[in-house]
Design a protein around this ligand. Structure first.
Ligand code: BG6
Length: 475
């Protein structure tokens, strides 16, 4: 592994910070999502409603604990920390011209704390949150005006932190919104809730288009602000395997892959593929794409590809295939993979899928890849202050091994690897605390009870050793 490989961890503002209304912060779309579980969907409420429980309001109170937490990240030897900015700390409503100084100052302090330990901040501009006001007033990313608001926000923070942050990511897992049947994805990607009488796919393409333009404009601005900036997109990379050798299954798997890669295609190539243009034509979609958009898209292509990887999917049209009917993964073509184990939350465990997809992405795009999320959600057992999370160590070991094979044997250029939820966050899909990811355990339960005290899990010491040996210690 290269000496400057960026080992680290990843979190997102709304899943850890809490302090949802501190020092002028506005309401974000994450603040109106209630707690759920693997069997109960999170509700998206019309504003903050008394009597409902919103786990992101307090998160794990990283806002007040960050010094203690960063110190522990440093103890593990992190070279980088990926986190995001809460847009609403800086522009509470999103359409203001002047930022909220208290919000900017919080991130100044956080970045200074990281840099004190030589931890490079890797910053996502939009990780499943945006001002709720922009949804109520403008309809979220259905509206072209969002481009200007987002670019103004991004420009403000890139100027402010130009000497502290080098790596930027525009939209987290922008391709999630392609899952149309589960409202959580359109909401968290774009602030969009589909109406019964509309063509969801058409609305999705429009919202994504405005985000592509916004992302491209941000890339262009980034280079003017600091030519050393590196700006990436983020793909939720989920390989789709055909269940059988039936060519219909193979075509279906290819189709599902194309549906997710279409997002990266635009952000890397700077234009739409012939396939997508054909879909629009065949479906009679009239997507608002101006001549200037076409110019902007090609002028703002990304420098690297951020990849999040957790699981693979298997698809089939065959009647004998066992349908998953998973509300969270949300597609009726998904079937059980008889060869794969799953986590307690039903996500397949497939380390080799990571190597497979790294190869596919490297060959398709010929750009550096940054694995900005990979992790194991598990209901850790807390035993007298100890957490023996050997399952997590196994999961991560196997995935890191596959990443190293992709680098060493296949020549894929991977510049970093950050473990998702390096300190237990609130789960995004379920809003639970029970689904833990961290090297650091946080004493908080699904009802928001607990001391918030932090404890080191066994994986904490394992990861420290792994980083110290630059990935060589694998047990
Ligand atoms: C990714 C997101 O989809 O997966 C994170 O970028 C999220 O925000 C992570 O937390 C794991 O998902 P979950 O639902 O288990 O928290």
């Amino acid at each position: 592994m290269k000496k400057d490989f960026l080992w680290g961890g990843a979190i997102a503002a709304h899943q850890v910070e809490g302090a949802w209304d501190a020092e002028g912060k506005g309401i974000s779309i994450a603040d109106v999502m209630t707690a759920g579980s693997k069997d109960k969907a999170r509700k998206i409420t019309d504003g903050v409603i008394e009597g409902e429980y919103y786990p992101n309001h307090e998160g794990i109170d990283f806002y007040h604990h960050y010094k203690e937490d960063v110190k522990m990240f440093a103890e593990m030897g992190f070279k980088c920390l990926r986190t995001s900015l809460a847009w609403t700390r800086i522009f509470p409503n999103g359409d203001e011209t002047k930022p909220n100084e208290a919000g900017l100052k919080f991130y100044d302090d956080l970045f200074d704390e990281l840099l004190k330990y030589d931890i490079e901040p890797v910053i996502t501009l939009s990780h499943f949150e945006m001002p709720y006001h922009l949804v109520k007033e403008y309809g979220g990313w259905r509206n072209r005006k969002l481009i200007d608001f987002f670019v103004h926000f991004s420009d403000t923070v890139m100027r402010r932190y130009k000497d502290k942050v080098k790596y930027w990511l525009t939209f987290n897992e922008i391709n999630n919104q392609r899952i149309l049947d589960n409202p959580i994805y359109g909401w968290t990607n774009s602030g969009v809730l589909y109406k019964d009488n509309e063509d969801k796919l058409e609305v999705m393409y429009q919202a994504a288009h405005y985000q592509f333009v916004a992302s491209a404009l941000v890339v262009k601005k980034a280079k003017d602000i600091n030519p050393a900036f590196q700006v990436g997109c983020v793909l939720a990379a989920t390989p789709n395997y055909p269940l059988t050798s039936d060519p219909n299954d193979i075509l279906l798997a290819q189709q599902e892959d194309e549906n997710q890669l279409f997002f990266t295609d635009v952000q890397v190539r700077g234009h739409y593929s012939q396939k997508v243009l054909k879909i629009w034509e065949n479906s009679g979609y009239s997507i608002d794409v101006t001549k200037q958009d076409v110019i902007d898209l090609s002028a703002g292509t990304v420098d690297f590809i951020g990849v999040t990887y957790y699981l693979s999917n298997t698809v089939s049209i065959r009647p004998e295939a066992k349908r998953l009917n998973d509300k969270l993964l949300g597609s009726d073509v998904l079937v059980e993979n008889p060869l794969a184990e799953t986590t307690e939350w039903g996500w397949t465990i497939d380390p080799k899928g990571l190597r497979y997809y790294l190869n596919l992405l490297a060959n398709r795009y010929e750009l550096p890849i940054f694995i900005v999320e990979n992790g194991f959600g598990y209901a850790d057992k807390f035993e007298n202050g100890s957490i023996h999370d050997k399952e997590r160590i196994e999961y991560l070991t196997e995935h890191i091994n596959q990443m190293q094979l992709a680098i060493e044997e296949d020549g894929v250029e991977v510049i970093g690897y950050t473990v998702w939820g390096c300190i237990d966050p609130i789960s995004f899909t379920t809003g639970e605390m029970l689904k833990r990811y961290g090297f650091i355990y946080v004493d908080r339960d699904n009802d928001g009870k607990g001391s918030l005290k932090r404890y080191k899990k066994d994986s904490f010491y394992w990861y420290r050793e792994l980083i110290a040996s630059n990935g060589l210690v694998m047990d």
